[in-house]
Design a protein around this ligand. Structure first.
Ligand SMILES: CC(C)(COP(=O)(O)OP(=O)(O)OC[C@H]1O[C@@H](n2cnc3c(N)ncnc32)[C@H](O)[C@@H]1OP(=O)(O)O)[C@@H](O)C(=O)NCCC(=O)NCCS
Length: 220
């Protein structure tokens, strides 16, 4: 994957690609902070650590999902699956100007533990959460956020995930429009997302007060 877009008005070429260095992964603290994610500082560190361990984004294929679903024991357990199914994309002009991180949610998987290990694994393989997407303020409204979301959805579909979802602060101006622009189904503010209405997963995603959920089914 190496798409690029021409970001108007200066017609600067912006590349969208997986983060390729420790420095780019460390920048995810910034992207998570801009996106208002609590605990944004460790975000970059965690990505560096799982990349150093050789796991980050190594499980983004259908065959990985099928193989793990059929195996009774997963080497490294669920944390390894989460890291392998996580990707970090950057938008780069002459320097990084935006980033997106997406992967299965630890909290959703933890919520599934009462259902048994097979359901936890299913949640880790069938769902992907947009943890953060952010563009530097000076570069907004040039299509870069959309250009980050597009390959994230494509890669999730190719990886055999069923649903991509996320949440945002309802009061933040423009996010309903932004996610709808990328074909996301935006829920009513504070409304839960019933995964079992979309896929075979007995999970309910409950937003915090003041949050709005969005989702897109990428594989039926
Ligand atoms: C959300 C964000 C990533 C959007 O990035 P972007 O590069 O500006 O988005 P795009 O240019 O691709 O916008 C695509 C469309 O979304 C809609 N949109 C985006 N920002 C908007 C805003 N502030 N107000 C209204 N509509 C908006 C528009 O329809 C826009 O198309 P248009 O510019 O042709 O009208 C960026 O505003 C940002 O970094 N915000 C801070 C971080 C954040 O809140 N992230 C989301 C929570 S995880």
């Amino acid at each position: 994957m190496n798409p690029s877009i021409q970001a108007a008005p200066a017609r600067v070429t912006v590349q969208i690609r997986p983060a390729g260095s420790r420095a780019e992964l460390h920048e995810f603290s910034r992207w998570h902070h801009l996106a208002g994610v609590p605990q944004s500082r460790p975000a970059g560190r965690n990505l560096v650590e799982v990349d150093d361990a050789g796991i980050l984004a190594t499980g983004l294929t259908r065959s990985y999902a099928a193989e793990k679903l059929n195996s009774l024991t997963v080497p490294g357990g669920i944390p390894t699956v989460l890291a392998a199914r996580t990707m970090a994309l950057v938008a780069v002009a002459d320097h990084p100007i935006g980033g997106l991180s997406v992967g299965p949610s630890f909290f959703l998987c933890a919520q599934m533990t009462t259902q048994g290990p097979a359901t936890v694994l299913h949640a880790a393989l069938a769902t992907m959460k947009i943890h953060a997407v952010a563009v530097k303020p000076a570069w907004r409204r040039r299509g870069i956020g959309t250009a980050l979301l597009r390959p994230a959805l494509t890669i999730a579909r190719q990886a055999g995930a069923s649903v991509v979802y996320g949440q945002f602060n309802t009061d933040t101006v423009g996010l309903t429009e932004f996610y709808r622009h990328s074909g996301m189904d935006v829920s009513n503010p504070d409304a839960p997302l019933h995964m079992n209405a979309l896929i075979d997963l007995p999970a309910v995603i409950t937003p915090l007060p003041g949050e709005t959920l969005f989702h897109r089914v990428v594989n039926q």
